[in-house]
Design a protein around this ligand. Structure first.
Ligand SMILES: *Cc1c(COP(=O)(O)O)cnc(C)c1O
Length: 380
């Protein structure tokens, strides 16, 4: 089965009790046992719930992995991966990443005695150098949030395999439609399903996909033991969303390519970060590693914060707000929103300047979107 078909059918057989074509919302905390320990595979909904099972199976299929696990948020999914490690273990992290992931590493897991080392996303060699005998995991995003940098996953996987450490990839920005890290050598894929996978900005969710039996067993144990599971309704909504992932991603991509070209040539725009532009430093890699460039664009304006304030005021279609990946277009100011938890000096050192904006291109009509941006740029 191909991607589009998998999204609509994997884990979603007609309901065995009624024949319902759509997976039901099994809104129950517990399941009847016919006798002591006699049940139909479900005992208690933290441990397992049929609506969640459907979601876990279809997400695993979309990533071409064997096992999927669903979580209450993307951050809960990330935290679940980190529960695999212990005090004294080292984790090497790519230096451009979602602010909440940075906060999770720095403010939560460091406290438990893990050490975190940041490697330069522009230099594969810095990952090789950062790995020590204590290192257990390398964690990257690609494309990164918010600078949209790419890293060569095949080359990075060769480094982690040789060193005997795990490679985790946060695949939220690309979505499995455009990039499948497990096929490129990663061991663990992490998602904020809040974004493209659910795709309608109406829930918070996360997922992890792996191939290794032992890794799955451990993750499954911690999922139940720490309990950050999504409820059946959110699982159901996520399934409903991801059934159209392929069509949505094609539109996100087409609109973003169109708008990136427009922004690239605009006098008021200092810089456009978009892997689909030939000017992007890893454009060639994007063409090989991804099957599309995605719907995320970042821009830097001329004129600092003042220009940003003038620019966002007249926007009528692009909504100013956090998050991404929904059908509607969103505009984010990372310095104060998604990356508000990163200290200013570090943020500037990374390249998230005061006139930096991140755009989640929705699937509205591309001419309407262009007109909206064009009007806002004129207002600077
Ligand atoms: C949003 C996001 C997360 C966190 O996910 P939540 O669902 O908000 O908890 C993690 N990684 C990336 C790349 C994100 O964009």
């Amino acid at each position: 089965m191909k991607f589009e078909t998998q999204a609509i059918h994997v884990g979603q057989l007609p309901d065995p009790t009624t024949g319902a074509v759509i997976v039901p919302v099994y809104q129950t905390s517990t399941f009847h046992q016919q006798g002591l320990g006699e049940h139909k595979g479900y005992e208690y909904s933290r441990t397992g719930n049929p609506t969640r099972t459907a979601l876990e199976q279809v997400i695993a299929a979309l990533e071409e992995g064997r096992f999927g696990l669903a979580y209450a948020s993307g951050i809960a999914a990330s935290a679940a991966v980190l529960t695999l490690f212990k005090a004294g273990d080292n984790i090497v992290v790519g230096d451009d990443l979602y602010g909440g992931s940075y906060r999770l590493f720095e403010k939560v897991f460091k406290k438990f005695g893990m050490t975190i080392t940041y490697a330069d996303m522009d230099d594969l060699g810095s990952f090789r150098k950062a790995i020590t005998p204590q290192t257990r995991l390398v964690w990257v995003e690609t494309p990164t949030n918010p600078l949209l940098k790419l890293i060569d996953l095949k080359a990075l996987a060769a480094i982690t395999k040789k060193a005997g450490v795990l490679l985790a990839v946060d695949n939220t920005f690309a979505s499995p439609y455009f990039q499948k890290p497990l096929l490129l050598g990663a061991d663990i894929v992490v998602h904020s399903t809040t974004k493209y996978i659910a795709g309608h900005s109406d829930l918070i969710g996360g997922a992890v996909v792996v191939n290794d039996d032992e890794l799955y067993k451990q993750l499954k144990f911690y999922q139940n033991a720490t309990g950050a599971v999504p409820g059946p309704w959110d699982c159901w909504l996520t399934i409903r969303g991801l059934r159209t992932l392929s069509v949505r991603m094609r539109e996100h991509n087409a609109n973003a390519v169109y708008l990136a070209k427009f922004l690239h040539g605009h006098a008021r725009v200092k810089k456009v970060h978009y892997p689909g532009l030939p000017s992007h430093p890893q454009h060639k890699l994007a063409r090989i590693q991804m099957s599309g460039f995605g719907g995320m664009i970042s821009i830097e304006l001329h004129g600092g914060l003042k220009a940003v304030k003038r620019f966002v005021k007249p926007l009528r279609i692009f909504r100013l707000g956090e998050s991404l990946g929904g059908v509607e277009s969103l505009m984010t100011y990372p310095a104060k929103m998604s990356h508000g938890s990163v200290p200013r000096e570090e943020r500037l050192a990374l390249g998230i300047t005061d006139d930096f904006l991140r755009i989640s291109v929705g699937i509205e009509n591309k001419e309407d979107l262009k007109e909206d941006l064009s009007g806002a740029l004129a207002a600077i």
